[in-house]
Design a protein around this ligand. Structure first.
Ligand SMILES: [Mn+2]
Length: 252
């Protein structure tokens, strides 16, 4: 089978302390990655793939072994992997780039894939941000703050980070978000404006909101929100012409 498909997924939140069975969750993701091995030309991980990660110059956190292994198998088989960082996996620096051979991107990218133009972003930094979220976002990305943080022993920072991460969002099991209200209005307003300013865009692909969305925006563009791997096990597949949202069904 020729490798012609591009896959997009986001918000796996691997390692999240609120997952009922973290190992089973990781195995499901690995099963998915293996299932696309023969068809994938490229994979886009659109942020919040890990619930928390902080790599030091010489040391990395425990965990994610099977997941990293599955990514490495894909990369070694020639699949191009691009990981756009989210607001949970901000501190991915050069380890996975060098160790696995993936591209790590901070921010948004535009790509021409097949015959279509894509805008891809985790989405947490788009549109109007709450001042408190904007402030935290700038602290987290500040190099001096990162240096200071990395000087604290991880025996204190890692447990703190996991509990903060669980408490900071309402995405606990059974509390999936809905595509409605202010969130929908804000994201759509931003997307309408982007599509108007970039009329050659075919797909805006976002994560972050934990909802599955595939709907028109502007004259020719579609807004895609990738869902998550907490309630939806969702991903998008693109065959060079059309993009489809799907839900992974584990065979195990
Ligand atoms: Mn997010």
């Amino acid at each position: 089978m020729p490798r012609t498909a591009t896959y997009f997924l986001s918000d796996l939140h691997l390692g999240a302390r609120y997952l009922p069975d973290r190992r089973a969750h990781e195995r499901r993701v690995v099963e998915f990655l293996r299932s696309i091995r023969d068809t994938a030309e490229a994979v886009y991980l659109v942020g919040d793939v890990l619930d928390y990660w902080y790599e030091y110059r010489t040391v990395v956190p425990r965990g994610y072994v099977r997941f990293f292994g599955a990514l490495a198998e894909l990369a070694d088989a020639g699949v191009r992997i691009t990981w756009l960082i989210g607001n949970h996996d901000i501190w991915l620096f050069d380890y996975l780039r060098d160790e696995i051979g993936i591209e790590v991107v901070d921010g948004s990218i535009t790509r021409r894939i097949g015959g279509r133009n894509f805008f891809i972003s985790h989405g947490d930094g788009l549109g109007r941000l709450k001042p408190s979220f904007r402030f935290i976002r700038s602290i987290f990305r500040n190099h001096v703050c990162q240096k200071l943080y990395s000087a604290i022993h991880p025996r204190w920072t890692i447990p703190f980070a996991y509990s903060w991460s669980s408490g900071s969002r309402g995405y606990l099991p059974g509390h999936s978000s809905e595509w409605s209200g202010k969130m929908k209005a804000d994201v759509r307003a931003w997307a309408e404006q982007y599509a108007a300013e970039h009329p050659d865009t075919d797909y805006i692909v976002l994560g972050h909101h934990h909802v599955v969305v595939n709907e028109p925006v502007g004259d020719r563009c579609r807004l895609i929100i990738l869902g998550d791997w907490i309630s939806h096990d969702s991903y998008a597949s693109f065959d060079g012409d059309t993009l489809q949202m799907r839900h992974f069904a584990s065979k195990k």
